[in-house]
Design a protein around this ligand. Sequence first.
Ligand SMILES: *[C@@H]1O[C@H](CO)[C@@H](O)[C@H](O)[C@H]1NC(C)=O
Length: 197
Amino acid sequence: MYRVRKGPVIAVALVVGFLFFYFSPWDVSSSVMGTQSRKVEEIYGLLHLVTSDVPETEHVLSGPQLDPTQKLDLQVYAAGSELNWTKQANHIDKAHPIVVFSKSYCPYSKRAKALLKSYDITPPPKIIEVDLRDDGNVIKQLLTRMTGHSTFPNIIVQGKTIGGSDNLMALHASKELRTIIENAGAKPRGDGPEVVL
Ligand SMILES: *[C@@H]1O[C@H](CO)[C@@H](O)[C@H](O)[C@H]1NC(C)=O
């Protein structure tokens, strides 16, 4: 009597399906292009809003009918205009690899800014004083939702949070901070403070 064994058949089907998915000819152009199919996360909308010099985008978040606890379309952050977000995210990663959301009066923010300053980084970290903006409350809620970090400072390296002041101090103490900065394409000329503040 002949019985088909199901295990191997399923395994082969899975492998074929996998290969088909990754190597199908009509998908080649986008995988070769790589960056073209970059999935741009929502945080790049916020980073665009705070790093771009276009003054009109400054007040988009202070509008009344916006719920920062829900996912927002990237277009919202660009005041409704159509942007090439892949291009924009690549630009932000390069021009502003480190963005610090800070509160101007907050001692933890001051400590983090001082530590980063002593690394003498090029391009310099972009400092956003959230309390001096009219959309500060909304930014706080957006950062909480998108990074899981609800306090200030919130240090963003190429779209990902590395945490706040204590996290930064710890990364400095363990000598990982320099690598993080360099991996983000930035150049530290200093070594940071000798003693952890
Ligand atoms: C968007 O920008 C990327 C990267 O610069 C580029 O490869 C792509 O062709 C652009 N897409 C459109 C629709 O212009």
